[in-house]
Design a binder for this molecule. Structure first.
Ligand SMILES: [Ca+2]
Length: 270
């Protein structure tokens, strides 16, 4: 840590750094090793960091060390962000959201289930004293939790969203699909819930698993070609960014939508 003044840090709900006191450690790194050992399960874990300032300058930074390597400040890219594909103030067209991709995340709190749609708007379903959840004013969806706390949500049109344990969309089922399977098929990136492609079900090759000739692909800041699914050809390098940074421009923020590839496009450098 560097801190000015007090700081404490919890990793996976365990207090691992505890200097809730006045003082500065703005130059160099204040190490408090051996206080607590936390075994990390792999994958994202919650980090809670608290700080206060009693006066004068104020600063706060978290460092990590791998083996005997030098301490390095934990980069912003190491943190899992709440999924947000578009900047504030931007909206998603049907091509990005679609009827089948309107909700991207579910969060269970002690008093409510909060659903986030593809525009970043939160829909709070408050827990009722008699059981179940009350929809927000003007909405008529139904939220249910299974024994493991996994959320399923049925919107007013009958579309059923199932979320995984981390709150990301796991499956979307539309009632019309059983009659006339023509709805676009969204494909989500595991772990983040970002939509990576939307396929036209009528362009299926009939295989199992099926592949689709007509697919719109989405790439996000930080993606490489091999992750973005942008239709590589043999001459493309997977080591280049899906959204290359042009001279005099800043790189797209990590996780932010930066490229949409329509059917027939060839993967290549922008
Ligand atoms: Ca201070």
């Amino acid at each position: 840590m560097t801190r000015d003044d007090g700081a404490r840090v919890f990793i996976n709900s365990t207090l691992v750094y505890d200097k809730w006191e006045n003082g500065t450690a703005a130059t160099g790194t204040d190490v408090q090793p051996g206080t607590v050992t936390v075994t990390l399960p792999g994958g994202p874990v919650p980090i809670q960091a608290e700080t206060y300032d009693q006066g004068g300058p104020a600063s706060f930074a978290l460092y990590s060390q791998l083996g005997a390597a030098a301490f390095t400040k934990v980069p912003a890219t190491a943190y899992t962000r709440t999924f947000e594909s578009l900047p504030a103030g931007w909206g998603a067209s049907t091509a990005l959201a679609g009827d089948a991709g309107a909700f991207s995340r579910a969060e269970v709190t002690s008093g409510a289930v909060i659903l986030t749609d593809s525009t970043g708007t939160a829909h709070t379903y408050a827990k009722k004293a008699e059981g179940g959840y009350a929809p927000p004013l003007g909405e008529y969806g139904t939220v249910a939790l299974d024994a493991g706390g996994v959320v399923s949500f049925t919107d007013e049109g009958g579309t059923i969203y199932t979320f995984d344990a981390a709150g990301r969309v796991a499956a979307v089922a539309s009632p019309a699909e059983t009659v006339k399977p023509a709805n676009p098929i969204p494909n989500y990136r595991p772990g983040t819930g970002q939509i990576v492609s939307i396929a036209d079900p009528l362009s299926t090759n009939g295989g199992s698993p099926a592949t689709y000739a007509r697919t719109v692909a989405f790439a996000y800041g930080g993606d490489r070609y091999d992750r973005a699914g942008l239709g590589l050809s043999a001459t493309d390098s997977i080591s280049i960014d899906a959204c290359p940074t042009r001279a005099n421009f800043a790189a797209p923020p990590v996780g932010m939508l930066c490229r949409i590839v329509y059917p027939g496009a060839r993967g290549g450098v922008l």
